[in-house]
Design a protein around this ligand. Structure first.
Ligand code: FAD
Length: 502
């Protein structure tokens, strides 16, 4: 057993952990990265990337089915879907990206250990000892430790997840899952549920979504969700909202979910009227558990709340000084880019505390945290929603612009949807934005840059956007905050827009 001393040990190699390891190595730290499965974590292997690879097939099917004829491309008969080939492609995309991360870690001179890492003891003055269990067991020491152990699908007992007919997202994204069910029941109409529902509808499944809350995608702007539902209805999705799923069973040749209204008080559920939903397979996508129970946290002062590791919000340091926690296992949104941002924070704070040259401590800044949903149409959002602005009594104006009025969107045939930008009429700064339609997640990136740097609607309006591009959606929408969008009829100029003409 070696007991090598590293400057930084990172546990978990998802977008939080591998980012932290490479960043620390860029500053000449001696870094170890421990991963029990594959580098890339949930994001590359069971999350963002495989879903988007399958989404790309779904999008191509949609384009062929809905656009080809109109665009002058004749396809005899309906396009044939080869799901097994789509999965092969998805697997290839994942394998290539994982290999890429392995290479990056190698060239950054990060020492990667394959196995489960857990704490043995120590402190920030003597260093922390970590035990690695796996094929090549080892004990290593680190002056600072970053926990980035992420999350995994929640296994709810009443849903009898058997990984055969009642599945998690990990099951559906496994390299060997090549089935398109005739009927797919999706429990949970959040981002993951809606993305899978969209993919499988395009593959030919009849999809049924059961959602506990009053609406699917409850955190998004209601007007945006209404627009998505319109499309989902066209695609003949069955969406049941306010549904309390009481149990799910594998019936041998299918699955059956028993539900009652989510409005019924707990004590009356047993006698309440029940509904039944049957399908061939069921995807349970109702949440994720934080992974920290395999770390032997009890030997240090690290506190957690139901698996979520407590951290100082300004430093991301745990109650055990010198140990940091980032990404899904810590508080906040479960998003890959949030994990990577926090990786920088933890690395800079760790290295600054060790006196590394050119390194300054850093505080997280999650006020501008964009979110994206890859349904069809796509959705992007950042900052405040209109309802929050109204509820909080914040003075605001809302600019809106429809894809139908944009030249490039007409050319590509993606002229459904809209963008909205909420701005402060006094400062002209952007408070939030939502977009549903072509390239919505990419458009939100421009708004995020503006918000992060305190740019105004005027600043964006003064920036030349090349024509014809989808990015002109941003230009027209911020101009509409001033009532000056050129391609929108019947708007009056608002002279009060921070004193700017437009
Ligand atoms: P993870 O990516 O979960 O990585 C943690 C790693 O730690 C894992 O590899 C695990 O094996 C390892 N590990 C755990 N315990 C130990 C241990 N004791 N020792 C060694 N290794 C350990 N986010 C987006 O931003 N955009 C998207 O489009 C998106 N799509 C998603 C789609 C799906 C289906 C899912 C499930 C998630 C999606 N997410 C998306 C969320 C995103 O994947 C996560 O937020 C992100 O992966 C979190 O990164 P992380 O580094 O904190 O943890």
């Amino acid at each position: 057993m070696s007991s090598e001393m590293f400057d930084v040990i990172v546990i978990g190699a998802g977008p939080g952990g591998y980012h932290a390891a490479i960043r620390a190595a860029q500053y000449d730290a001696k870094v170890a990265l421990i991963e029990k499965s594959k580098v890339g974590g949930t994001c590359l292997n069971w999350g963002c990337i495989p879903t988007k690879a399958l989404y790309s097939t779904a999008k191509l099917i949609e384009d062929l089915a809905e656009k080809a004829k109109d665009f002058g491309v004749k396809i005899t008969g309906a396009p044939q879907i080869d799901f097994a080939q789509a999965v092969e492609r998805k697997n290839k995309v994942v394998t290539e990206l994982v290999k890429g991360i392995d290479e990056l870690l190698k060239t950054a001179k990060v020492t990667v250990f394959n196995g489960v890492g857990s704490f043995v003891g120590g402190n920030k003055d003597t260093g922390f000892e970590i035990k690695i269990e796996g094929k090549n067991p080892a004990n290593i020491k680190g002056k600072r430790v970053i926990i980035a152990t992420g999350s995994e699908p929640a296994l709810i007992p009443a849903f009898n997840i058997d990984h055969k007919r009642i599945l998690t997202s990990d099951d559906i994204l496994s390299p060997n899952f090549k089935t398109v069910p005739k009927r797919l029941l999706v429990i949970g109409g959040g981002v993951i549920g809606c993305e899978f529902a969209n993919i499988f509808t395009r593959m030919g499944s009849q999809v049924i979504i059961l959602e506990y809350l009053d609406t699917i995608l409850a955190t998004e702007e209601p007007i945006v969700v209404r627009e998505l539902k319109k499309k989902f209805q066209e695609m003949k999705f069955e969406i049941y909202e306010s549904q309390n799923v009481l149990k799910v069973e594998n019936t041998g040749n299918g699955v059956k979910a028993t539900t009652c209204s989510a409005k019924i008080p707990k004590e009356q559920v047993a006698t309440a009227e029940k509904s039944y939903h049957e399908a061939d397979l069921c995807l349970v996508s109702i949440g994720r558990n934080k992974v920290s129970n395999n770390l032997n946290l009890g030997c240090l002062k690290i506190q957690n709340t139901r698996g979520q590791i407590n951290t100082n919000p300004k430093t991301l340091e745990t109650d055990e000084l010198g140990v940091y926690a980032i990404g899904d296992v810590a508080a906040g949104a479960m998003l890959a880019h949030k994990a990577s941002h926090e990786a920088d924070v933890a690395v800079f704070n760790a290295l600054a505390s060790l006196g590394f040259k050119d390194v300054k401590p850093m505080e997280p800044n999650l006020t501008v945290l964009p979110a994206t949903i890859f349904t069809s149409p796509e959705i992007g959002s950042v900052g405040l929603r209109e309802k929050a602005v109204k509820d909080k009594g914040i003075k605001a104006v809302v600019g809106r612009f429809a894809y139908a009025s944009l030249g490039k969107a007409k050319c590509t045939g993606e002229d459904q949807g809209f963008m909205m930008v909420i701005s402060d009429p006094d400062t002209d700064k952007i408070l939030g934005a939502s977009c549903i339609g072509a390239e919505a997640p990419e458009l939100i990136a421009e708004i995020s840059l503006a918000m992060r740097n305190d740019l105004t609607c005027h600043d964006i309006a003064q920036t030349i956007h090349s024509h014809p591009t989808i990015s002109e959606m941003v230009l027209e929408t911020v101009e509409d905050c001033h009532g000056t969008a050129i391609h929108k009829a019947g708007r009056r100029r608002r002279p009060s827009a921070a004193g700017k003409a437009h």
